[in-house]
Design a protein around this ligand. Structure first.
Ligand code: HSE
Length: 436
């Protein structure tokens, strides 16, 4: 049978990885797919560079629409990124009856509902394994491997840049700014790292996992997004003394009234495997009612790890190309007519536990007043750590770990504690997840 014909839109780091891995492993991939997979056409603004990657045998153009318009192309691989032109091209490819493979988390987290509806109407597949956690097959695991389960929660380190920075802060005792500079020097962080360090990239990925885990539409606008820019080295140190590590987690959880969807720094017990995921690596923990806790670990970015996920999608699409669209795996794991309208909960309704750091006057009755306000709010304390005041200073840090409570309740309690004259600086609050 003639190889299935693939058109690449963009051949940067990931695209060249796709080209090289497909070429290197083509015989084995063909044995798995049942048919050859051939990159027949590439669109890239830098035609000369693209041509030098793929050689003379592959047609390179600078206009993506020529790829979409080519009737010989069966699958369009979108590797441009962003919500702009990438969205128009994906919609046009679907409209032209092409299957789409994309690594574009931002696009799917924001416009996924429209894209999946268009694909369903047209009877084409949109595959996106590479959009979440790069080379880790977490989409496949959530959508197919764990399909027997009621998923209870998913928690992941799904941004390698921030995990690298947090590892540097902990291991080298660096402040955030220094660790970021080091990440940029080593090429782990981009010149403009905003999406990574502000938690936006992780929130895109958490949004996609949330939709697949619970059968709800993708709702990036409802996600709580908090990055790591305000984290201080002191909190990483105190957390460690209390037996915790601080990680930027993407969390989505089934609660009674709805679904939690949040990205923020989080204390995790140091004894959990995920707490020991260091450097730029990614890991996702999924808790299902039947399977229990499962952990997926690997590279979340990079040329060949991401290509590994893109090619897995190409093989899936190749195998199911001729299948009745109604018998394919649904885009978001659940049949489109059986999606849930469970709401994504506002952050004030999220239930979690907390680490609090209060800079207080070192005088009689301060601890009693603070704990009194927590008791009044019905917030139970798990542990308290009070540092000796530094020599010559009449101030000290008071660290409190709480049991679970509603975020809204904690907000009120923090406002009351902040009003105490003996609380001398803004209270630091970091959420804590036991992931048990
Ligand atoms: N910038 C991402 C990260 C990789 O640091 O993990 C692509 O999503």
């Amino acid at each position: 049978m003639k190889p299935i014909q693939v058109g690449l839109l963009g051949i940067g780091t990931v695209g060249s990885g796709v080209f090289h891995v497909l070429k290197r492993n083509q015989a084995e991939i063909q044995r798995r797919a049942g048919r050859g997979i051939e990159i027949a056409m590439v669109a890239d603004l830098d035609v000369a560079r693209a041509q030098s990657i793929v050689g003379e045998g592959v047609r390179v153009v600078n206009d993506a629409r020529q790829v979409i318009a080519n009737p010989d192309i069966d699958i369009v691989v979108e590797l441009i990124g962003g919500y702009g032109i990438a969205k128009a091209l994906v919609m046009e490819a679907i409209d032209a009856g092409k299957h789409v493979v994309t690594a574009n988390k931002a696009l799917l987290a924001v416009h996924g509902t429209e894209i999946f509806a268009a694909a369903q109407a047209k009877g084409v597949m949109v595959a996106f394994e590479a959009a979440v956690a790069g080379g880790i097959p977490i989409i496949k695991a959530l959508r197919e491997g764990l399909t027997a389960n009621q998923i209870q929660w998913v928690a992941g380190i799904i941004n390698g840049t921030t995990n690298f920075i947090l590892s540097e802060m902990r291991e080298q005792g660096l402040d955030f700014d220094m660790a970021l500079k080091e990440a940029q020097r080593l090429g782990y962080a981009e010149a403009d790292p905003t999406f990574d360090i502000e938690g936006v990239d992780a929130a895109h990925k958490a949004t996609i996992m949330s939709a697949i885990a619970f059968g709800i539409p993708v709702q990036f606008d409802k996600a709580h997004v908090e990055g790591i820019t305000k984290l201080e080295a002191a909190d990483i140190r105190y957390a460690e003394q209390l037996g915790y590590r601080i990680k930027l987690l993407g969390i989505t959880k089934r609660a009674e009234q709805g679904i939690e969807l949040r990205v923020h720094p989080c204390l995790v017990p140091a004894k959990r495997l995920i707490a020991n995921v260091e450097g730029a690596m990614n890991a996702v923990v999924v808790q299902g009612d039947a399977v229990g806790t499962t952990l997926y670990y690997g590279k979340g970015a990079g040329s060949e790890p991401t290509a590994s996920a893109v090619i897995a999608d190409l093989v899936d699409v190749t195998r199911l190309h001729t299948a009745d669209p109604l018998n394919r795996v649904p885009h978001l794991a659940f049949q489109p007519a059986s999606m849930s309208d469970l709401p994504v909960l506002p952050m004030s309704e999220v239930v979690t536990s907390y680490y609090l750091r209060l800079r207080v006057a070192d005088e009689a009755g301060v601890l009693a007043k603070v704990t009194g306000l927590l008791a009044e709010a019905g917030i139970s304390i798990d542990a308290v750590l009070q540092r000796e005041a530094e020599e010559g200073s009449r101030q000290t840090d008071l660290i409190i770990l709480t049991h679970s409570t509603r975020e809204g309740t904690m907000n009120d309690a923090i406002a009351h504690m902040q009003g105490l004259p003996t609380v001398l600086a803004p209270i630091v609050r970091i959420r804590k997840e036991e992931l048990a």
